[in-house]
Design a protein around this ligand. Structure first.
Ligand code: ADP
Length: 487
């Protein structure tokens, strides 16, 4: 199959979260499975310098944005056989210090930037000599691609390929003032309750949900959750009406990147059968973070966007309650200034137990996953979550709230003692999380049981081969090759 993917971020070119990991890995996995994939993504600042092998494509985009025309150039890279990355080069929109924001303030023209990018995707889907069988778009930034393609069909595109939208996080919908709709150049009829309009505003994710032939999200449980009022972010009814097109597929892990052996970010290699290197990574991490290096002290960690979704408030509450036990905690994250300050303050008050790094640091994220004994992920909601899966592979026991992909990917003792690899709690409260931490501390005192958990964790396989098969099934159903799949 020939699949055109589109995303506003793709690892290793740009990344703010799991979206980038997932799209980068899906492209690779499709190619490895013998298919052809192309990914369209913006050319952000510094990419040409970082990837000098990038080639200019003799192809100019000149597209209407409301009343004016905007042009862009195209660059390409072939990271491996069967995979091409196309970069849309529009410096006024994308040559900036940040991807979506700077100093925690969203760019005021994000609607314009991603309407333009969506138009480029629809245009390339139509005119690139490499004609894809299906167009697979990811999140609100490219949610307008399906209606834009539909409109092109009405204007004479004889047989556009079917489309698939993946929702990586329903909480981010790309909602903008109604004036932004003019930038799409779509006819007025699209701006209705069954279309891209949402309480009088333009909703880019809803545009994709309304017009994509297939909708997927990143775990089976989240696929069910988003059709409920509690998790539906106002679109649950709209999604319920499209349940027949909606499937949940758990993300895979790129074990080429996320490995405990031959990992350039780690001091020591280790595996399930030879776990000693993990202890060395722990001591190294304690030193790197400026904490007392002591193998006996249980070490907890988190790597995260600091957003409400991630359960920051209950994590801070539970840590306050549990620090008296002597445990250590390390955090790498960035996001809301209020949360950043709260963690920095905690580290200031408990300098021998808590260490915090504010910022984005790929190497340190691996060292935290590898060096910690336990990984905390108490999310309010979690579409898939990747860090708990990375933790499992790194033999770091995840403590998670039983929602979304966290519930789908972690097994706790009550559900299955034989296969237990993590600790789950249900209620969204600091008390419930503190109880989870207490269970972890008890587990830490039982070396044999801890070994059992670690072995189970490191043996779990979320490799992309399975995930890609699930996506191919969805693609085939969109192409009418098999009957639709259900959530
Ligand atoms: P989300 O996409 O909601 O942010 P995920 O768990 O799905 O959460 O994916 C987060 C990804 O971003 C992981 O690869 C994680 O390691 C990475 N990440 C998040 N914050 C940081 C950070 N401050 N530094 C480095 N990597 C980070």
């Amino acid at each position: 199959m020939k699949i055109l993917l589109a995303s506003s971020e793709v690892h290793p070119y740009s990344k703010t979260g799991g979206l980038a990991d997932m799209v980068g890995a899906l492209g690779k996995a499709l190619a490895v499975a013998g298919h052809e994939a192309a990914i369209v993504t913006p050319l952000y600042r510094g990419l040409r310098e970082k990837f000098p092998e990038m080639r200019h494509v003799d192809w100019y985009l000149n597209l209407p944005m409301g009343q004016r025309m905007v042009t862009a150039q195209l660059w390409m890279l072939v990271p491996q056989p069967g995979l091409v990355i196309y970069f849309v080069d529009q410096p006024a929109y994308f040559d900036r210090a940040g991807i979506y924001h700077e100093d925690n303030i969203s760019y005021l023209d994000n609607a314009e930037r991603y309407v333009f990018f969506s138009k480029c995707v629809a245009h390339l889907a139509r005119y690139l000599p490499w004609q894809s069988d299906l167009v697979h778009v990811h999140d609100w930034q490219v949610g307008l691609v399906p209606p834009l393609m539909l409109q092109q069909q009405r204007e004479g595109w004889v047989k556009p390929p079917p489309t698939c939208l993946t929702i990586h996080n329903l909480a981010y919908q790309g909602v903008f003032a109604p004036e932004a709709f003019a930038l799409t150049n779509l006819p007025e009829e699209f701006f209705g309750v069954e279309g891209v309009e949402y309480y009088g505003q333009l909703n880019c994710l809803k545009a994709g949900i309304a017009f994509a032939d297939r909708i997927t999200t990143v775990s089976p449980r989240y696929a069910r959750e988003i059709t409920t009022e509690e998790f539906g972010c106002g679109l649950d009814g709209f999604l319920r009406n499209r349940q027949g097109r909606l499937t949940g597929i758990l993300n895979g892990v790129d074990y080429g990147d996320w490995t405990t052996t031959k990992n350039r970010f780690l001091k020591a290699s280790y595996s399930a059968s030879s776990i000693r290197g993990k202890e060395r990574n722990k001591l190294e991490l304690q030193r790197e973070m400026g904490l007392p290096a002591d193998r006996k002290i249980p070490l907890f960690g988190t790597v995260s966007r600091l957003a409400e979704q991630k359960g920051v408030d209950i994590q801070l509450g539970a840590l306050e309650e549990m620090l008296y036990t002597g445990l250590q905690f390390v955090l790498l994250g960035s996001g809301s200034p209020v949360f950043e300050r709260a963690y920095v303050d905690l580290a200031r008050r408990f300098p021998l137990q808590v260490a915090v790094r504010i910022g984005f640091n790929e190497g340190l994220s691996h060292r935290i996953e590898a060096g910690c004994d336990f990984y905390l992920m108490p999310s309010q909601f979690e579409p898939c979550g990747l860090n708990q899966m990375y933790s499992l592979r790194y033999g770091t026991i995840p403590i998670v709230r039983a929602v979304g992909g966290l519930d789908d990917s972690v097994v706790d003792y009550i559900a299955n003692a034989e296969l237990a690899d993590g600790i789950k709690f249900r209620e969204y409260s600091a008390v419930a999380l503190a109880k989870g931490i207490r269970k972890a501390l008890a587990l830490y005192q039982e070396p044999n049981l801890l070994r059992h958990y670690r072995r189970n964790a490191m043996a779990v396989d979320f490799s992309w081969e399975r995930t890609v098969e699930d996506y191919l099934r969805v693609y085939r159903s969109a192409l009418g090759m098999v009957t639709p799949v259900k959530a």
